[in-house]
Write a protein of this length. Sequence first.
Length: 183
Amino acid sequence: MSLIFYYFLMAIGLSMDAFSLAIIYGTNGIDRKKIILLSLVVGIFHFIMPNLGGYLSHILLTNFTTYSNLISGIVFIILGVEMILSFKEEDVKNELGGILDIILFAIAVSIDSFSVGIVLSLENKNLITAGIIFSIISATFTFLGLILGKFLSDKVGKISKVIGIIILFLLALKSLLIWCMFR
């Protein structure tokens, strides 16, 4: 039972980026179908990434964990710049256009699960159980973040987009600072 609780707490920590980024994209008036699709894809990636990390741990242990925060930071910056560029265009909504945008979003918020999978595999932990818990929590947090972002957009308008862009760059800064500290 304590292992399940341990995975649950880890899942909450791993899902905070998904929640924050989901709030940002929710401010763009994303439709209900994409809210559900994005939540499911993020959940799937939070299942796949730790298991993939555990499977590939012996190969990637010395290389990938060093660069996971750098990759996350770069992806957050790309998403932030994309939002700034679309923010200037009055007629265009910055929705997650296609499957590539959705996958990029899911990778950005689940890359840290890959590193956690590497660490858990070293401790001989059950990655399937961890992946299931990570998946459920991250899908839920993504869904709630998108709904909250949509609500904020309705109440606050364009200011919510500016706040979202600031949060996105703060997430990028956090990832890049962590990368700088541990390289």
